[in-house]
Design a protein around this ligand. Structure first.
Ligand SMILES: Cc1ncc(COP(=O)(O)O)c(C=O)c1O
Length: 438
């Protein structure tokens, strides 16, 4: 049975993730995990991407979204479940997760005949909640974020005598995630860098350990969402520290406090950390759908987002591996990401033009657009709140253009034709650094 003591704030301490005794996972642990989980996990492809041509890098995508439950989390989950004692296997395990760790534990628990209970925060995507139930796990929705869910899960674990499995910090989880690194070096020769998304830090810890042991020259780059840059803050502080987690398209990375073992293992191995914004995460999801024919969730697309955002100029001309580590995205969120990606790309634009309210005024505007092969998605006009000319009307449009250059052409033409045009917003006007698809 798991024995818990209390920390300075009177909260339960997970004995496997104790900040007073952080564990540095070793390379042997990763090789042991690889041997053990081999038959139950997909060795996912790691292939040269079409995106390489657009970004002047040789990019290989490690397609972890092709795991059965759609993420790399299966590696650590299966290894941890296989390492349980007989008594623990009978009692079952409990975890807190916003999604992918929950799915992985639920599926492999079912496969191995081990009961699984998962506490999920209220922000957990509905699709992930439903699928965990489908795999037979008991689901409890509790807590506004993963930290609150974890507190609840640990109380339940203590009361039930079951093992609490931290999804980004249990040493067996780290070792299991590291098996992705072993596969990468077998699949791609002479790698210059690997760009790894970071939430609680388990994936980067295990993977960096495997990569640096086998090929010390590989540069390890971690990527976080700007909405929750907890690993970056922890590196600055020299120890895991809390940050506020705001909602992000990369929900899998919204971990306000990184794992103590993950930090102890990964910190010495990471060469650089970068932070990406929501616009580039959305754009990466769009690019992956359009160019790679891959549906990847926000967290899984952040590695590419760092490249598209121009945060890694030193990798130009280099061979770079980017894990696409998860594909579990709600269809409604995917739709919104595609729209945001199109907007970031300058292919979905909005503007307000003040045109004549005489017959033909709006017709002239729509003709201008149709002559330019611009497609109108939405159009709305407003008279009552206009303070100027009584014979003018404000027309708000959302339109689809071919690309950024086409959008610029439309903007110029509108400004040449109408005296009052408000184009998008300041933010949208500045997306010219987005790599072009043409
Ligand atoms: C798709 C995806 N990518 C990356 C991560 C980050 O992994 P870690 O929390 O081990 O840093 C997660 C975490 O849940 C994830 O779901």
């Amino acid at each position: 049975m798991q024995v818990n003591s209390l920390d300075d704030e009177g909260e339960l301490i997970d004995p496997f993730c104790d900040s007073s005794k952080p564990i540095q996972v070793q390379f042997q642990d990763v090789s042991a995990a690889a041997y053990k989980i081999k038959s139950g996990i997909q060795a996912t492809p790691c292939t040269l991407s079409h995106i390489s041509d657009y970004v002047d890098m040789e990019i290989y995508f490690k397609k972890e979204f092709l795991q059965y439950t759609g993420s790399f989390k299966e590696r650590g989950a299966r290894y941890t479940l296989m390492m349980l004692t007989k008594a623990q296997k009978t009692k079952g395990v409990i975890a807190a997760s916003a999604g992918n760790h929950a799915l992985a534990l639920a599926y492999h628990g079912h496969d191995l005949g081990i009961p699984v209970t998962v506490v999920m925060p209220v922000i957990a995507p509905m699709m992930k909640v439903m699928r965990c139930k489908h795999y037979g796990a008991s689901i409890i929705i509790h807590g506004k974020d993963i930290i609150e869910s974890r507190k609840h899960a640990m109380l339940l674990a203590r009361d039930n005598g079951s093992l609490y499995v931290n999804g980004y910090d249990h040493p067996h989880i780290l070792a299991g995630q590291g098996t992705m690194g072993l596969e990468i070096v077998e699949q791609v020769k002479d790698i210059d860098a690997v760009v790894i998304p970071v939430g609680g830090g388990g994936l980067i810890a295990g993977t960096a350990l495997a990569l640096k042991n086998l090929q010390p020259n590989i540069t390890i780059i971690g990527v976080e969402s700007e909405k929750c840059a907890s690993f970056t803050a922890s590196l600055e502080a020299g120890k895991p520290v809390y940050v506020n987690a705001a909602s992000t398209l990369a929900d899998g990375l919204a971990v306000p406090l990184v794992g103590v073992n993950a930090f102890a293992t990964a910190a010495p191995l990471i060469d650089k950390m970068v932070v990406v914004n929501e616009e580039y995460i959305a754009l990466s999801i769009l690019r992956l759908v359009e160019i790679e024919k891959a549906v990847v969730e926000g967290a899984g697309a952040t590695g590419l987002a760092a490249v598209l955002a121009g945060l890694l100029p030193e990798l130009k001309g280099k061979r770079v591996v980017i894990p696409l580590c998860g594909g579990n995205i709600d269809t409604t969120i995917l739709g919104r990401c595609i729209d945001r990606g199109l907007a970031a790309d300058g292919r979905l634009c909005r503007f307000v033009a003040t045109v004549s309210d005489r017959p033909g005024g709006i017709a002239d505007l729509t003709r201008l657009m149709s002559d330019m092969h611009v497609s109108i998605k939405d159009i709305f006009h407003e008279r009552a709140w206009l303070k100027s000319d009584i014979f003018s009307v404000q027309v708000k449009c959302v339109v689809e253009t071919r690309d950024q250059a086409h959008a610029e052409e439309l903007k110029k033409k509108l400004r040449a034709t109408y005296s009052h045009v408000i184009w998008g917003n300041a933010h949208n006007e500045g997306t010219t650094s987005v790599p072009n698809l043409d």
